[in-house]
Ligand binder design. Structure first.
Ligand code: SF4
Length: 364
């Protein structure tokens, strides 16, 4: 198949969903789709309606906005409150709540926050605003890290003195390790994220198979991709032979993208990172290497960090449990009542890739 229409062919979709239904065993099968785009497309294309009730798709922590911790948003807000600074961010981050405010509210008050569409835009803004300290909010997974690394290297080459990066970049395999360990989830398989896998390759998931005997299938984003990925995982389950399968062969190779991996390791070092809802996970984040500290916002600004207390958390918000896959969004008492995309209370309702947002739009 070469064209997107072919991956959405209703005849083929019906055929594969019938095949899934015909092989489905009686017991529950829990599959975690790690990527937010899988979550969104699963409901957007109505795939949930085609599959058996005892096949449970659990949303994983694959939305970068949702997993950015409150402390990170608080730091960005502190920077935005200084009139000498200009914060650059992807649009989704604007409405994510920090402890007491959001970047959107700060932008309304003082205008020190601007939306950009690529990390490379930060170079242009920094050149055009020589009197400001320009701070780019570096958020995302292995997919966005290469462009951010390239932007930092370009900033060095251009000798820019007023551009900084506040890194909250995260790595997916350590988060999967954390979730695979959680016996409460009873996972039978992972639908591994397509975009991240383009960079890290299939080999990056081998440890899940060896350590936890949980099947993995790297899967594309079109309806037929997702259904085929699910079909492969159920087959593995039935044969009691979990394995590492690559459904997304048109984009993902065993070794991934060596050039992208090289530029990431040129600029960043692996460190522990805080994930909203999951807490601190060892070796799951990317920090800027010391040799580039002139561009590291953490090293060039001081922060008045406040650990969020229970009182600072939104009462009744269950984002943490949604991000751990322990509950589906509708279980949160605020879902579609106090919390909806127009008035999000937690980050999972903010981004299109957030589980709560996907459930609200397509499954309310
Ligand atoms: S519905 Fe809103 S408050 Fe509840 S878990 Fe989702 S984002 Fe958080």
């Amino acid at each position: 198949m070469r064209y997107v229409d072919e991956f959405r062919d209703i005849g083929l979709i019906n055929k594969i969903s019938q095949r899934i239904n015909s092989i489905m065993p009686r017991q529950n099968i829990n599959i975690m789709e790690v990527c937010g785009t899988h979550t969104q497309n699963f409901f957007r294309f109505g795939l949930d309606k085609l599959l058996p009730d005892n096949l449970k798709l659990i949303s994983g922590p694959g939305c970068p906005v949702c997993v950015s911790p409150q402390e990170y948003i608080d730091r960005a807000i502190q920077l935005a409150q200084d009139k000498d600074n200009l914060i650059l961010t992807f649009g989704d981050m604007l409405r994510v709540p920090g402890t007491k405010s959001s970047l959107e509210k700060e932008r309304a008050k003082n205008g020190n926050v601007r939306i950009v569409y690529s990390a490379l835009d930060s170079l242009t803004v920094a050149r055009q605003s020589p009197l400001k300290k320009v701070i780019f909010l570096a958020v995302g997974f292995e997919t966005t890290a290469p462009t951010i690394a390239l932007s930092l290297l370009s900033a060095k080459k251009q000798n820019l003195k007023n551009l900084f990066f506040l890194s909250s970049l995260k790595l997916i395999p350590p988060a999967m390790d954390y979730l695979a360990r959680d016996k409460r989830l009873k996972l039978s398989g992972f639908l591994c994220p397509g975009h991240v896998s383009c960079i890290i390759g299939t080999q990056a998931y081998e440890f899940i198979l060896k350590k936890y005997k949980i099947g993995c299938c790297i899967t594309g984003f079109e309806p037929l991709d997702i259904l085929e990925g699910i079909y492969f995982l159920i087959q593995q389950f039935l044969r009691h032979k979990p394995c590492l399968k690559n459904q997304y062969t048109r984009a993902v190779s065993p070794q991934g993208n060596p050039a992208a991996k090289k530029v990431i390791s040129r600029v960043f070092k692996v460190s522990s990172a805080s994930w909203r809802g999951l807490g601190k996970i060892p070796d799951s984040g990317l920090k800027i290497k010391d040799e580039f500290s002139l561009f590291d916002a953490e090293k060039n600004f001081s922060f008045n960090d406040q650990r969020p207390t229970t009182n600072d958390q939104r009462p009744k918000c269950r984002c943490g449990d949604v991000l751990k896959g322990l509950i589906s969004p509708q279980v949160c008492p605020l879902f579609s009542k106090a919390c909806c995309p127009e008035h999000p209370i937690g980050p999972c309702m903010v981004s299109n890739e957030g589980a709560c947002s996907a459930y609200y739009k397509y499954r309310k």
